[in-house]
Design a protein around this ligand. Structure first.
Ligand code: SIN
Length: 476
């Protein structure tokens, strides 16, 4: 039996058609999962709904004990999870290991933080009243997760949801369902009661529709493109469903002329080429002040040229394959558009498309980029760093904010006052100041403008799974 559908603590493939999962570095089939749809999703929601009263009634310490067990199992199976992730997503093994640790850190952190869900009492203005606020879990949660972080984007949703007392139905992406299956197997081994964690692999539109229209689902949490996020929002409006959306980004990196340039270049490369540029918070466009422009480019090019492209299982690989043809073609289109309009490609600039359906793109740096070029106006989601020269801090801020997106941004400056002014002016949910890798379980992650609604991670990420109930008590 192929695993991919887990409902009420039972795996079943229901004799369904299969989805083939391919290694994007070799084209080989690495596994198959059942193509679930509306029926399976409905059963998973029913299971989660039935499990909700008893799971939410457990005290936070008992719920935390399950999460602690899951954390221990994730740590124990780190290598195996990482290998599975590289085989279906392509990211270098060292990055997969980093992601398993990152994914486990959400489980650990929310196991603890679930014990700190506090209400409050409010001083009444009448002698015969008492006023209280309590927090309660929202109910059944439907989660739709992306391929670029096959484990962490599940645990960043699941851990706070379970810690808060919610039950969970997750739909993994068709590209990387195998990591999700293994994670859910570990949930099974950790002994979560039946119906608390459910998984449905399969047809996105059918599963999504059922999650959005079934009244038993009280919250949807999604990570993916802004385009799909808008569709989900429209559909969720029918039942005014609670939504958390982590959508597209178009992160600017601002390098001021007082920055530590070799350090800023290293951090820019770390941010830009993380996961081969296939990360929502990757730096997507770089604005550098003219006084340090040439020096910065020299360092960025030197750092970029150290990166090795290849199969994520090979030693020393820094950049794996692109996930598919569309992603690869978008990168090529952005580079071509910039170069045709006068930008210069100073390293990289070439892709490799093989007959086995694999797509690799060299880490690329383009300079003398202009604000009108496509690459400065759309998220590339690939390994290309376009660099534009700017004069003043104000000009850098203007270009950085010139987008409907507002997920992550970066600024490099050694001067507190200057740096802080830029930080405050950036319309972004996350700012890395002299830090190209800001993500952490204990910190809020999410965007402004069309980059999403709500936050994951940190206190805010737990609040997202809680309702606020105000109780007014009359005294006789
Ligand atoms: C994402 O690409 O959405 C996740 C990146 C992160 O958590 O750092």
């Amino acid at each position: 039996m192929d695993k991919g559908i887990f409902i009420n603590n039972e795996w079943a493939d229901h004799g369904l058609e299969k989805i083939e999962v391919r290694n994007p570095a070799t084209g080989e089939i690495v596994g198959t999962v059942p193509k679930g749809g509306k029926k399976e999703t409905k059963s998973a929601i029913d299971a989660a709904h039935d499990a909700f009263p008893s799971w939410s009634a457990l005290n936070a310490y008992d719920r935390a004990a399950y999460l602690e067990k899951l954390y221990d199992l994730m740590v124990k199976h780190e290598d195996e999870l990482a290998e599975l992730m590289t085989s279906e997503m392509g990211k270098p093994l060292k990055e997969s290991k980093g992601e398993v640790q990152y994914a486990a850190s959400f489980v650990k952190w929310y196991a603890e933080e679930g014990k700190r869900v506090y209400g409050r009492t409010i001083p009444p203005s009448k002698d015969n009243k008492r006023m209280q606020v309590i927090k309660q879990p929202v109910g059944v949660v439907g989660a739709i997760t992306p391929w670029n972080f096959p484990a962490a984007m599940i645990t960043r949703k699941m851990a706070p949801a379970l810690a808060a007392g919610c039950t969970f139905v997750v739909k993994p992406p068709k590209e990387t369902p195998l990591t999700a299956v293994r994670l859910v197997e570990l949930c099974e081994e950790a002994g979560f009661p039946k119906g608390v964690v459910n998984l449905v692999s399969g047809k996105s539109s059918e599963i999504g529709d059922e999650l959005l229209t079934n009244p038993k689902v009280r919250k949807i949490t999604f990570t993916g493109s802004t385009e799909i996020g808008k569709t989900l929002m429209e559909k969720a409006s029918g039942q005014v469903k609670n939504l958390s959306l982590e959508l597209g980004g178009h992160a600017p990196i601002v390098v001021l002329d007082d920055a530590d340039i070799p350090y800023a270049a290293k951090q820019t490369v770390a941010s830009k080429f993380r996961n081969g540029g296939q990360t929502c918070i990757c730096g997507n466009r770089v604005y550098v002040q003219e006084k340090v422009y040439d020096e910065f480019i020299k360092h960025v090019v030197a750092e970029t040229e150290k990166l090795k492209v290849g199969n994520g299982f090979e030693d020393g690989t820094d950049i794996g394959p692109m996930i598919n043809k569309d992603a690869y073609e978008k990168v090529g289109k952005h580079v071509e558009n910039a170069v045709n309009q006068g930008a210069k490609c100073v390293t990289g600039g070439k892709g490799h498309e093989a007959e086995n359906g694999t797509y690799f793109y060299e880490p690329t740096v383009i300079i003398d980029v202009q604000p009108s070029m496509l690459i400065m106006n759309e998220e590339t989601f690939g390994p290309v760093a376009p660099i534009q020269k700017v004069k003043t801090d104000e000009e850098a801020i203007k270009y950085a904010n010139m987008t409907p997106f507002g997920l992550a941004s970066y600024v490099f400056s050694e001067n507190y006052s200057r740096g802080m002014k830029v930080v405050e002016a950036l319309d972004y949910g996350i700012v890395g100041w002299n830090d190209g890798l800001p993500s952490a379980a204990q910190a809020p992650f999410g965007g402004m403008k069309q980059s999403g609604l709500g936050r994951e991670g940190g206190l805010e990420g737990l609040e997202a799974y809680l309702e606020t109930k105000y109780i007014s008590i009359g005294m006789k």
